[in-house]
Design a protein around this ligand. Structure first.
Ligand SMILES: *Cc1c(COP(=O)(O)O)cnc(C)c1O
Length: 246
């Protein structure tokens, strides 16, 4: 490819990403205006797993700050390779306890804590770095056997464990609802998470400001029901190379 072709291609990529970003921001604002706390902030997390560096870099160049990744090694590699200052990385994937030590200090927020064992592993590393690592607890609200996330009935105990760990800060809950073709069907799960968050706040006497919920197919419904962070991949970046793996 010669330089002119390369320039044209970059321009095409940039304008496509800019259009996607604007359209999603607009849809978030509209959903927010319909929700009962329309003045809150909703953070758009660009889920960049499996996406090439040039797209991530182009999106960062358009002002996108928050990026979400599912795989530790892939994420650390991207952090090294990208020179944009001030990006915030979110760890949103399933995390094995033996990989936990790579995460504290590298990610602004870990969305996927789902066991006391994992919480303790993250805490140990955060303590050795002398930092406080913000975390969310992922909840498996529908009790789907193949999905990660803490069971609803185990949530109060897990939250209490985390609150005892001085180098973790519990900031809220994360949900991946069952997959539906019609996002309206996910609405009860989003509403259920909001209520679960409220009831935990009351029973534990803490503030849990964040609900991480909503993906490409259902984020508007999630925002209407109280989401403060949406995690959007393919609607923003286009299809993931190598398919729909999560
Ligand atoms: C992949 C993934 C997303 C984004 O999914 P899209 O359908 O591409 O928007 C969000 N959250 C988690 C946990 C993911 O693994």
């Amino acid at each position: 490819m010669n330089l002119d072709q390369q320039r044209r291609e970059n321009k095409g990529l940039n304008s496509q990403l800019r259009d996607n970003l604007k359209s999603i921001q607009k849809r978030i604002s509209k959903a927010l205006s319909k929700s009962f706390h329309p003045n809150r902030n909703v953070t758009l997390i660009a889920v960049s797993k499996k996406q090439p560096l040039e797209k991530i870099s182009a999106l960062a160049g358009l002002g996108q700050i928050d990026f979400g990744e599912n795989y530790v090694q892939e994420a650390l590699g991207k952090m090294e390779a990208l020179s944009h200052p001030g990006l915030r990385w979110h760890f949103i994937g399933g995390l094995q306890t033996n990989k936990a030590r790579y995460v504290p200090g590298k990610f602004s927020l870990v969305h996927s804590v789902d066991s006391a064992k994992l919480a303790r592993a993250l805490h140990n590393k955060a303590k050795s770095l002398d930092i406080v690592q913000p975390v969310l607890v992922q909840v498996n609200l529908a009790g789907e056997s193949q999905k990660s996330g803490a069971a609803k009935q185990d949530l109060p105990e897990l939250a209490e464990v985390i609150l005892e760990l001085s180098h973790l800060r519990l900031e809220g809950l994360m949900l991946m609802p069952p997959f539906f073709d019609d996002p309206e069907k996910a609405r009860p799960y989003f509403a259920g998470m909001r209520m679960l968050g409220r009831s935990l706040e009351h029973s534990l006497g803490v503030r849990l400001p964040h609900l991480s919920m909503g993906m490409s197919g259902d984020f508007e419904v999630a925002v209407e029901e109280g989401s403060t962070m949406v995690r959007i991949g393919e609607s923003l970046f286009g299809p993931r190379p190598g398919g729909k793996l999560t």
